[in-house]
Design a protein around this ligand. Structure first.
Ligand SMILES: Nc1ncnc2c1ncn2[C@@H]1O[C@H](COP(=O)(O)OP(=O)(O)OP(=O)(O)O)[C@@H](O)[C@H]1O
Ligand SMILES: [Mg+2]
Length: 261
């Protein structure tokens, strides 16, 4: 459904992405992980048309979209949330989501009344019905994250890109968010999930792509990817990997401890 081909993104002298390729199959959940500054948000920006990649191509349902402006990408069925949330601060929560329902992929076919009916459904679904009439600027952090998701869902995406929507949530809120995302996926939306919370990303992703310093360093099933030495090194540093190897050698060389008498 989505094919990233040798994508490079350069900012001045810095390649935020370099020669990154991967594919996303329709109906699946892909986790995109990597240390801070590894290029995850930049990849979201390239896919959603916020940035035109310096190199490479993005194909969506067989169509090249690297040159397509972001509002058209949205109409084609790709929606995203923003890591730094971007509500219309002066509009109410309901109006924020309503804009999406009127403007997104199916928006042109909807009357204002239908758009707000869809909006109310979504507010209920993400748990924001209780603050529907409040200005978006009043919301707490978890509610701002919920609003990001509701705004994106209002665009009726086929693919939804989620950039750290679970950051700042407590454990039970993370569980709720995971349940919500699984439900969205079961209703047919393909997901690309960027998240630092390893437990969450491991439990929700079918496949994981790992970026480090703009390059793809691993891809595969969650358990395979997280046991890869390259991934452990990218997260914890070369010294940690060396220390672990030395520790293993020391244990292998040492005779087993005497059992207590
Ligand atoms: N618009 C920009 N102009 C210049 N440099 C940028 C721009 N956007 C991103 N970068 C740089 O590109 C690199 C990748 O940034 P990006 O935000 O994609 O990382 P990330 O993986 O999302 O990190 P985090 O986990 O902290 O959100 C960083 O070095 C960042 O400073
Ligand atoms: Mg980011």
């Amino acid at each position: 459904m989505l094919r990233i081909e040798n994508v490079g993104m350069r900012f001045g002298g810095l390649w935020a992405l370099k020669d990154v390729s991967f594919e996303v199959e329709r109906g699946t959940i892909l986790g995109l992980i990597g240390p801070n500054g590894s290029g995850k948000t930049t990849m979201m920006n390239v896919i959603s048309g916020v940035y035109k990649p310096s190199e490479g191509e993005v194909q969506y349902a067989g169509r090249r979209i690297a040159d397509v402006p972001t509002h058209d990408v949205c109409h084609l069925g790709i929606a995203r949330t923003f890591q730094v949330v971007k509500p219309f601060a002066n509009l109410t929560v309901r109006e924020n989501v309503g804009v999406g329902a009127m403007y997104g992929r199916l928006g042109a076919k909807r009357s204002a009344r239908d758009a707000f009916a869809r909006t109310d459904e979504l507010l209920e679904f993400v748990g924001l019905a209780r603050v529907a009439g409040r200005p978006a600027s009043d919301l707490t952090i978890p509610d701002r994250k919920r609003l990001e998701v509701a705004k994106a869902l209002a665009l009726d995406p086929e693919i939804l890109l989620l950039d750290e929507v679970m950051a700042g949530l407590n454990a039970s809120e993370v569980d709720e968010a995971l349940h919500l995302l699984r439900t969205v996926n079961e209703r047919g939306v393909t997901l690309i999930v960027v998240e630092h919370l390893m437990k969450a990303i491991m439990s929700i992703s079918q496949r994981i792509v790992v970026l480090a310093e703009g390059k793809k360093i691993a891809e595969g099933l969650p358990q395979d990817v997280t046991s890869s030495p390259a991934v452990i090194e990218a997260y914890l540093g070369a010294r940690y990997v060396k220390r672990q190897a030395a520790e293993r050698e020391r244990k292998a060389a040492a005779p087993p401890a005497e059992p207590p008498a």
